[in-house]
Ligand binder design. Structure first.
Ligand code: HEC
Ligand code: HEC
Ligand code: HEC
Ligand code: HEC
Ligand code: HEC
Ligand code: HEC
Ligand code: HEC
Ligand code: HEC
Ligand code: HEC
Length: 372
């Protein structure tokens, strides 16, 4: 059973993918507005002499026939090039005509391939004019600032093909030059065992988690990992878009739950008594309030909920990492028709019922039986 949608503040993700593809995040940050991203640049692409041992060389340049692109065959004085640069490149690389016509294409590639590639040879792979680790950042200064200042960094940007792990530098059929839908990119790397964070903690294999746990959280079901995570780095625990406590216990402060309360109603944990704000209540006693809303050892949502996917309904988790060693403490939740029950571990078995029995005036029966 799902809670009614009207309890959600932000409905965007429910509609899912369609919305994501065409209406994601504010694109231009303040820094972009201040320093516009250069659409192209003029690089020094003078051929590098052999003794410097260039790492990559362009086949037509290797052939020595400068006139394939320049006016003359003479290597000492080849003269100007025959055509506008991109027309020249696309003559031979005609497959790039289609790539640049994809839904999302990269402005510098449309304008000038030599913004990133040397037509001759280079000290970097793929004829790149700069180290692949800095090439993108040298134009994208706002991302560069973000990466430099982020307290939580994402190794996805620095391992393997770096930015090209997720982006196609030329053109792609997914918005923002993405190689695949974000969900497929994320699960691609996070679908294996043994990925470790910077503290050495092994990260959940998300593909396995999603396969084993069929109750997926709304935005996960909509395949929208970006609803909660930033791809490039950030300042919140686990690259989250907003605040969420990192620990099992935390003194209650609604600001710490900005992430959840962006979509869910904060009132759910605010009032001690309620018959409407949550189904996690015993009669009118709000059990979300009881567990979460404490000045000292308030339990954070993770004490009971697994935010990606769970076997139990309502994203209730089977077990929760507890204490310094993170051993698994069983939650032992059972859903019942009128509420639920949690057995032994956090506390003795307790059950709650959220069905309000309407008050019917008791029928007065005359009786002589002695009062008990
Ligand atoms: C695949 C095409 C291609 C081939 C082959 C080629 N060039 Fe070039 N060359 C270019 C382009 C494109 C430019 C850049 C023009 C610009 O930026 O305005 C260039 C620029 C140059 C420059 C000027 C560098 C600069 O930074 O302004 C020199 C020198 C040069 N080429 C030498 C050669 C020599 C020598 C050969 C043959 C051994 C050769 N090129 C073969 C495409 C080519
Ligand atoms: C005369 C034909 C021709 C022209 C013109 C040409 N290329 Fe190429 N290019 C080639 C060939 C051939 C290869 C090698 C292809 C292969 O190995 O599959 C190549 C390979 C490349 C590579 C891959 C290098 C690598 O190591 O992965 C890049 C990048 C490249 N070209 C960029 C350019 C750019 C930029 C221009 C325009 C300035 C250009 N090419 C113009 C024929 C051409
Ligand atoms: C914004 C920088 C940038 C621009 C502009 C750019 N490229 Fe590339 N290109 C790259 C990078 C980065 C790679 C290496 C990709 C990787 O590691 O997977 C690459 C790889 C290539 C390759 C070899 C691998 C492949 O995908 O086939 C070719 C060929 C190529 N580019 C051609 C071009 C042509 C033609 C243009 C102009 C239409 C162009 N590039 C413009 C950054 C750029
Ligand atoms: C020569 C400068 C330059 C370089 C180098 C460069 N970019 Fe860009 N990039 C641009 C410009 C200009 C835009 C368009 C900005 C805009 O949308 O206003 C852009 C846009 C983008 C976008 C957004 C596309 C969209 O549709 O939202 C992505 C993603 C991107 N670049 C990734 C990269 C990656 C990855 C690299 C390295 C392979 C790279 N850029 C290298 C200039 C550059
Ligand atoms: C793990 C995958 C991943 C990697 C690696 C990655 N990006 Fe992105 N990038 C994304 C996603 C997803 C978006 C879509 C916007 C969003 O959800 O924030 C995006 C959006 C962008 C945009 C357009 C929106 C914006 O924030 O300005 C640019 C530019 C960009 N990336 C550049 C880069 C550069 C440069 C690198 C390498 C330093 C890089 N990205 C590495 C996933 C990635
Ligand atoms: C190219 C592989 C790759 C891709 C693609 C990728 N990741 Fe990662 N991610 C990693 C690696 C490696 C780590 C562990 C090291 C670290 O923390 O950066 C990691 C760490 C993380 C962490 C934990 C960060 C921390 O330190 O607390 C989160 C959360 C995360 N990724 C989410 C995502 C999301 C969401 C996406 C899709 C937008 C994604 N990842 C795509 C490789 C990747
Ligand atoms: C509704 C928000 C939300 C969505 C959507 C979401 N995540 Fe998360 N993610 C979180 C939160 C919160 C945490 C921290 C969980 C904790 O420590 O209890 C987290 C943690 C992670 C971690 C670290 C896991 C670990 O073992 O500690 C990875 C990796 C991750 N998410 C990847 C993803 C991927 C991939 C997707 C898309 C399939 C995704 N997330 C979608 C909120 C979300
Ligand atoms: C981007 C929006 C979004 C964010 C952020 C978000 N949620 Fe959700 N949540 C949803 C949607 C959509 C549903 C599915 C609604 C439904 O099924 O009625 C849902 C459902 C749930 C459910 C199950 C409700 C039920 O009765 O089955 C729980 C529990 C939950 N969220 C907890 C959290 C927690 C904890 C956080 C913060 C870590 C969080 N959510 C952050 C959108 C979000
Ligand atoms: C002590 C365990 C526990 C904690 C801590 C907890 N929840 Fe719940 N939550 C539950 C249970 C059990 C349900 C299922 C209620 C039912 O339908 O029977 C639930 C239901 C929900 C629902 C569905 C709507 C509703 O209220 O009935 C949402 C949304 C939700 N929780 C969000 C959160 C958020 C956000 C936090 C952290 C601020 C949190 N929960 C902390 C146990 C907990």
């Amino acid at each position: 059973m799902h809670s009614p949608l009207h309890q959600l503040k932000r409905l965007g993700t429910v509609a899912g993918l369609g919305l994501f593809l065409f209406n994601v995040m504010p694109l231009a940050s303040a820094a972009d507005a201040a320093t516009p991203i250069p659409k192209m640049r003029k690089n020094d692409v003078t051929p590098i002499p052999d003794y410097m041992k260039p790492v990559s060389a362009h086949a037509p340049f290797q052939d020595g026939d400068c006139s394939l692109c320049h006016q003359r065959k003479d290597a000492k004085d080849p003269g100007p090039i025959n055509k506008q640069i991109n027309l020249l490149c696309l003559d031979c690389h005609d497959d790039f005509v289609k790539i640049l016509a994809r839904k999302s294409s990269h402005e510098p590639a449309r304008i000038n391939c030599v913004s990133c590639h040397s037509p001759h040879n280079s000290m970097y792979p793929h004829l790149l004019v700069e180290d692949p680790g800095t090439l993108c950042l040298s134009c994208h200064t706002s991302i560069s600032n973000l990466v430099a200042n982020a307290s939580v960094k994402h190794d996805a940007l620095t391992t393997g093909a770096k930015c090209a792990n997720c982006h196609n530098p030329h053109g792609a059929n997914v918005q923002h030059l993405l190689n695949k839908l974000p969900y497929d990119l994320c699960v691609g790397c996070h679908g294996v065992d043994g990925v470790k964070d910077h503290d050495g903690k092994t990260l959940t294999n998300m593909k396995q988690l999603l396969a084993d746990n069929l109750h997926q959280h709304g935005p996960v079901e909509s395949k929208d990992c970006s609803a909660c995570h930033l791809p490039h780095g950030g300042d919140h625990f686990r690259l989250l878009t907003k605040d969420y406590p990192a620990t099992f216990y935390s003194p209650y402060d609604p600001k710490l739950y900005d992430l959840c309360f962006d979509c869910h109603e904060e009132s759910m944990v605010k009032d001690a008594k309620t018959t409407t704000l949550t189904k996690f209540r015993n009669g009118d006693q709000n059990l979300h309030f009881v567990h979460v809303n404490k000045d000292e050892r308030g339990r954070t949502c993770r004490a009971c909920h697994e935010v990606h996917a769970s076997k139990q309904p309502h994203q209730i988790r089977d077990a929760v990492p507890y204490g310094h060693t993170g051993y698994l403490l069983k939650v032992n939740f059972t859903k019942t028709d009128t509420g639920g029950q949690c057995a032994e571990t956090c506390h003795v078995t307790r059950s709650y019922t959220n069905v309000i029995v309407p008050l019917i005036p008791p029928t007065v029966v005359a009786t002589n039986a002695p009062a008990k």
